[in-house]
Write a protein that binds this ligand. Structure first.
Ligand code: 5AD
Ligand code: SF4
Length: 439
């Protein structure tokens, strides 16, 4: 068997991180070991993201940089994977000639076969077909040693076609994994020491739609709640239009389900939400958040917002600000709208000038920082359960972990606490973390 080195560089979302882990597991079977040093590698894979233009530019410039390694090592194989590869297909070779392998998001399971073909036949391989069954998600990727927390993909693809988004075109139709496979993976993770799982999908609330024997998302998390060894359950991402009463109630009923939901709102203007094809109104969104808070008072709510979507006037933008004032998110990921080829929004009139988008984003982030700070200050004096994840980055005497509501807490404590759940009294709330003392 070979004993060769593999270097993988990953861009983009957690889904991609997960895909890269699966690539590494598959390639280990044919003798490739991971390295952190691309100069040592015999095989380099770049797993790309296409969600915004900036991600696309970064991936291509990294590909260009790594291609230089071929000059001193002509046998080096370089592969381009993920959403950008899916979108560009064989056109990647026009832009960067000497790439050996281009494969899309549904073809990870074929990686060993593709790498062998490049090695033996020294020809380029392009594989961007979509399949109607799930392949790669059912490959078990053992977590890195000492991991307490792991992501578990429960579905792939997306059927929502939000007007700005490339995901449905690049990751294919929505498909859910069988619950037995998911539970089996979670059991294996607990045997590796994992105590917290985050169930992953583009829209977890519609989990189970295509399953023959029916299992919806609430039934799935109920099953996960019964897995011995799992202490905390999280999930991401939830689509507001599909957030059911059953799931809202689960926050009160399932003891392991943590009090945090990432619920992307995207805009506070009904006109823009409609143009985005989001399927809910601002009022419906606020009402769902109110219900979540009624059922689970300490729940933290985080969100995504896009500014400068085509047609967004200053009045629409103001409605987003008003929504933020009303909800007061615990934290927020905010983006300037980025036009993506092939999406419905590309054809929309009313492009917002770049400078205006930049200003809107900046103002919105100033407001969010104020809200995040206020939320974190409000926790001062409260006792929080923290799962201790490791030593703190800033001080050798400190350890760090997260509250059930997903906030980072640093406090004085010995490394012996790592892996344990402890009660910590919050003494200070900062913008990006909390400081506390063990009870
Ligand atoms: N431009 C800007 N932001 C986008 N997102 C998705 N597509 C785009 C785009 N074309 C954001 C959305 C989504 C998050 C993952 O990325 O807010 O929730
Ligand atoms: Fe994209 Fe919308 Fe699907 Fe999320 S729900 S992946 S934003 S199309």
């Amino acid at each position: 068997m070979n004993n060769k080195y593999l270097y993988i560089e990953t861009f983009g979302c957690q889904m991609n991180v997960h895909d890269s882990e699966q690539m590494a597991v598959l390639l280990a079977d044919i003798g490739y070991r991971l390295t952190d040093d691309p100069a040592k590698a015999e095989l380099i894979l770049i797993n790309t993201c296409s969600i915004r233009e900036k991600a696309e530019q970064k991936a291509f410039s990294e590909l260009g940089r790594l291609m230089k390694l071929k000059e001193g090592n002509p046998d080096l194989i370089i592969g381009f994977a993920g959403c950008l590869a899916q979108h560009w297909g064989a056109k990647v070779y026009k832009r960067v000639k000497n790439v050996d392998l281009v494969f899309g998001t549904h073809n990870i399971h074929r990686l060993p076969e593709m790498v062998a073909a490049v090695q033996e036949e020294r020809k380029k391989i392009t594989q961007i077909d979509f399949y109607s069954e799930i392949h790669s998600l059912n490959i078990f990727a053992p977590p890195p040693k000492g991991s307490l927390s792991s992501f578990v993909s429960i579905m792939q693809g997306c059927d929502n076609y939000c007007a700005y988004c490339v995901v449905p075109y690049l990751r294919g139709r929505e498909m859910s994994r069988e619950p037995e496979n998911i539970i089996d993976e979670i059991r294996k993770l607990t045997q590796c020491g994992v105590k917290e799982v985050t169930l992953l999908g583009q829209n977890v609330n519609s989990y189970g739609k295509n399953l023959e024997h029916g299992c919806d998302f609430v039934s799935l998390i109920t099953k996960v709640n019964n897995v011995e060894g799992i202490e905390r359950i999280r999930f991401t991402t939830s689509h507001p239009k599909d957030l059911s009463d059953g799931l809202i109630n689960a926050f009160a009923e399932l003891p392991k389900l943590c009090e945090h939901i990432h619920l992307p709102v995207q805009s506070g203007s009904n006109r823009i939400l409609k143009r985005m094809n989001r399927g809910y109104t601002a009022e419906e969104y606020v009402e769902k958040v109110e219900r979540l808070r009624a059922v689970c008072p300490g729940i933290s709510i985080t969100s995504d917002i896009i500014v400068g979507f085509p047609g967004e006037t200053s009045k629409d933008y103001q409605e987003t600000i008003d929504m933020m004032e009303k909800i007061r998110f615990d934290s927020l990921f905010s983006f300037k709208y980025s036009e993506r080829k092939g999406t419905a929004a590309q054809a929309l009139q009313g492009k917002v000038p770049e400078a205006e988008k930049r200003q809107r984003l900046k103002d919105l982030q100033v407001l969010q920082d104020r809200h995040t700070q206020e939320k974190n200050t409000a926790l001062e004096g409260c006792v929080q359960e923290v799962l201790v994840e490791g030593p703190s980055r800033n001080s050798a005497q400190d350890v760090t972990g997260r509250t059930r509501s997903w906030k980072i807490v640093n406090f004085k404590g010995s490394p012996a606490l790592i892996g344990k759940k402890v009660l910590v009294k919050i003494s200070r709330g900062y913008l990006h973390s909390l400081r506390g003392e063990m009870e």
